[in-house]
Design a protein around this ligand. Structure first.
Ligand code: APR
Length: 177
């Protein structure tokens, strides 16, 4: 665990579609053709050109990540990643969720983007337990950041208090390890 890198991670409560960062991450599904939750909010805020670009991407496998422009969002780009659906924890869900964060960071770094914001991937419609998801997210990010020095700011965006609390607790636990 890289606790030094944890310092680059901020935890905020808010709406990811309003953030003025280089790139926001979308918790999409494998079609990349939109949906509910944060996926729906991002498509609504970005406008119809986003769907048109997504149609050219030919979907995205769970754990993988693809990038599009941000269109009418304050963010320049959107990285679409597909989190695992929770099936009880014996279908490699933890590894796949960590891969979402790792691949999103590497894709952002490959595009020379310095600030990135994440929603709590898989913790909504996909029912991944929030506490475990938040700890896995922080572990994956703090372990990947040393390989992506161009990234200076990572924002974990919480849409509810439960998620904020889970991130704060995880960050504390990891720092004390
Ligand atoms: N800003 C930040 N976070 C948000 C926002 C928003 N505007 N809207 C929702 N969230 C939060 C949810 O509260 C949850 O904590 O994003 C987290 C992820 O929840 P979902 O959006 O339901 O995503 P997920 O659980 O990964 O399920 C993905 O849902 O919307 C569909 O097309 C999507 O099929 C895919 C599935």
């Amino acid at each position: 665990m890289n606790t030094e890198e944890l310092q680059k991670i901020q935890i905020i409560r808010g709406d990811i579609t309003r953030l003025q960062v280089d790139v926001i991450v979308n918790a999409a599904n494998e079609t990349l053709l939109g949906g509910g939750g944060v996926d729906g909010a991002i498509h609504r805020a970005a406008g119809p050109e986003l769907l048109a670009e997504c149609r050219t991407l030919n979907g995205c496998l769970t754990g993988e990540a693809k990038i599009t422009k941000g269109y009418h969002l304050p963010a320049q780009y959107i990285i679409h990643t597909v989190g695992p659906i929770w099936h009880g924890g014996n279908k490699n869900e933890s590894e796949l969720l960590k891969r979402c964060y790792q691949n999103a960071l590497k894709l952002a770094a490959n595009h020379n983007l310095g600030s990135i914001a994440f929603p709590a991937i898989s913790t909504g419609v996909y029912h991944f337990p929030i506490k475990l998801a938040c700890r896995l997210a922080l572990e994956a990010i703090s372990d990947t950041l040393p390989q992506t020095p161009v990234i200076k700011q990572v924002i974990m965006v919480c849409f509810n208090d439960e998620t904020c609390h889970a991130y704060e607790q995880s960050k504390l636990l990891i720092t004390c390890e």
